[in-house]
Design a protein. Structure first.
Length: 455
């Protein structure tokens, strides 16, 4: 009986389970997994080149000549065939490497020649050479090696031929120009003259004079070569000057190039080169007898473009003794007066300007006695100094000066008969050497004395 009851219950449970599962979707078998593919990481968008900043300097020669090692002739080409004068690099030279920069108008490229962007015309071109009269285009130049040692005069101009050959005056006569390649090539195109300057010059020849990396970037090398701004530009700031007006009085005042530029023939570098200073102008312009009123030192506007007033500085007159002219300076001035470019001639009218300072001494000391030449000098103490340093005597005195004087009887020998009779003994005992300046034992002493006298 129990079996009959259990069986229907079990069948009922089986049917219920089957019915509940019939409404559910059987789980899908897992599909075979495809091999894993590594997805590349997402790349950041390409960074755009930084915008061009005109205030940040771009050293064009450091990139082209040093980094890329381009030859100078790649950019600098002759103005015409066979010429040593170079023209400004144009689009044709730049397009060889920068075609894309011209197609897309690259501001960085345009800014190397044009002052505005986008370029409008050739009117916005910067000057060429880029730093002309702003920075030195060459750093080493020796005038001493280039000037004519004979200082020959050009008959056509009346000036030194070596000066006017390189420096041509502007039509206004205001300033003289700096020499360019045509002037230099007159000598440097000849064989054996280094550096060579011809239409076929190489980069090595160019670098014989120019260091373009240092021109555009003064900090390019550890060696800082400072050249005065007025040497680079050829004029002082706020001062006006005209060579032509000085040439009108050339004959009367005996002016030549080296009258004012007297230090140039001795200059061995642009670093020691300078223009005439104000004290050089004083020699002529402080004299009321030579210069007209409007050109005297008292008229500031004759030279100064800016407004100046008040008393003139001591450097503008020769009537004020320099502070270093102390009593000691009168006896110990040989160092200062012998220095190149000494200004003795400004106040001492008998001294001529000279770059060799020691050549100024003679003209002064021939007319002015030294302090040592006191009243006792001639009769007493000059012999001792002459014995010690005859070269100093020869600065002013010739060889026969001594004989002309010593042929006369010295005042110490008067009266002569008494002096010969015995009074000469004391002087001879004190300074026997002075006696033998004129006398010898044979021609004078032997008249009375013999060499075998007892001592």
């Amino acid at each position: 009986m129990k079996v009959r009851i259990v069986v229907p219950i079990l069948l009922t449970l089986l049917l219920f389970v089957a019915w509940t599962q019939a409404g559910q979707t059987p789980a899908a078998k897992p599909a075979a997994q495809a091999p894993a593919v590594q997805t590349p990481p997402a790349q950041a968008p390409a960074a755009e080149p930084p915008a061009f900043d005109p205030s940040v300097p771009f050293y064009i020669h450091a990139v082209h000549a040093k980094k890329l090692e381009l030859d100078c002739s790649a950019c600098h080409v002759p103005a015409k065939e066979g010429s040593v004068e170079l023209k400004r690099p144009g689009h044709a030279e730049c397009l060889t490497c920068h075609q894309e920069g011209f197609d897309n108008i690259n501001q960085k490229i345009c800014a190397q020649c044009h002052s505005s962007f986008p370029p409008t015309s050739k009117d916005d071109l910067v000057q060429f050479p880029r730093y002309q009269k702003e920075r030195a285009l060459l750093f080493e130049f020796s005038h001493a090696r280039h000037v004519d040692q004979k200082a020959r005069i050009n008959p056509a101009t009346g000036f030194r031929a070596d000066c006017t050959f390189c420096h041509k005056f502007q039509p206004s006569g205001e300033f003289a120009t700096f020499p360019k390649h045509p002037e230099c090539a007159s000598c440097h195109s000849q064989g054996g003259t280094k550096p060579t300057l011809t239409a076929a010059s190489t980069t090595a020849d160019c670098r014989g004079c120019h260091q373009p990396e240092e021109i555009e970037n003064p900090g390019f090398t550890g060696q800082r070569r400072f050249i005065a701004a007025h040497v680079v530009s050829g004029k002082y700031v706020n001062l006006k000057f005209n060579h032509q007006s000085h040439f009108r009085t050339k004959a009367a005042t005996k002016l030549d190039c080296t009258t004012c530029h007297y230090a140039v023939p001795q200059s061995v570098s642009l670093g020691d080169l300078t223009l005439p200073k104000m004290i050089d102008c004083v020699g002529c312009h402080d004299s009321s007898k030579v210069i007209a009123q409007q050109f005297r030192m008292s008229n500031c506007q004759s030279c100064h473009q800016d407004q100046v007033s008040g008393l003139a500085p001591a450097s503008h007159t020769r009537n004020v003794k320099p502070a270093f002219h102390t009593p000691s300076f009168r006896q110990h001035h040989e160092t200062e007066s012998s220095e190149p470019g000494a200004k003795c001639f400004v106040c001492h009218q008998n001294v001529s300007p000279s770059a060799q300072g020691n050549s100024q001494c003679v003209s002064c000391h021939q007319v002015m006695q030294p302090d040592s030449h006191t009243a006792r000098w001639k009769d007493d103490i000059h012999g001792k100094f002459a014995a010690i340093d005859r070269e100093s005597c020869a600065t002013c005195h010739t060889a026969d000066y001594c004989s002309r004087c010593h042929n006369e009887v010295p005042r110490s020998h008067l009266p002569l008969q008494l002096f010969k009779a015995g009074t000469h003994m004391r002087l001879a005992m004190l300074n026997e050497r002075a006696c033998f300046t004129c006398h010898t034992f044979q021609n004078t002493c032997a008249e009375c004395h013999t060499r075998n006298l007892r001592r």
